[in-house]
Design a protein. Sequence first.
Length: 238
Amino acid sequence: MSTIDPDVARRQRPLRRTTAASLIVPGLFLLGAGGVLAWGLTRGAATGFSDDAADQDVPAIIAAIGSSFVLLIALGAWTGAAGRNPRLPGWLAGTGVAVLGAAAGHAVVAPPPAWLREPVLDVVAFGLAVVAVVLLWLGTVARAARARRLDAAEELVRTTSPVTGSVTNQGYTDFDEASQVITAVTYTFRDGSGVQRWVTKPATIHVRDPLVNGEEVDVWFDRQDPSDQNKIVIRRRA
């Protein structure tokens, strides 16, 4: 028995627990897997990935294949954490971390001229480093934009009163075997002038707490410009 609605608690749990610390482990795996993948590919390229077993660099092949799987899993974990908290850096930044690791991994086994013997940085390693910096910068910019939108939404909720809206298209038919679905849900509400409006927003729906057509929701909107979809906040009722 509980004095707290479990469905409401489940909706709030992801945002409460997902912080920047949730990206540390995926970030380390992205950095390491990117480095190992570049290391393996660079070593393998030296032999042209020969079909002749005697000429194959087996450690490089194993490293490249294994790190590819780790890279995909780590990027999925990073993206999943960022999806639960829009204030965190998204997939662009995660990809940038992986590419940064790739730059280091390539530099370790880069063919001559090697930067340890000559004051010349390997072109590929330098290029990967530049791409990593650009991706990290883009990820930071995207995160800042999301944070501004979230701040505006929180200000709207804090300073205005909601109106009653309802779901007109729940956006999915069934869950199949999934525990949740990410879909586009259409809502309708009436603005301060009595004009009926519709808006479509992405939503994550859990199988234990399904969203259905006709369900009533709270809607906040900009009284000065009710057509501005960026300033429409929709929340399910407890």
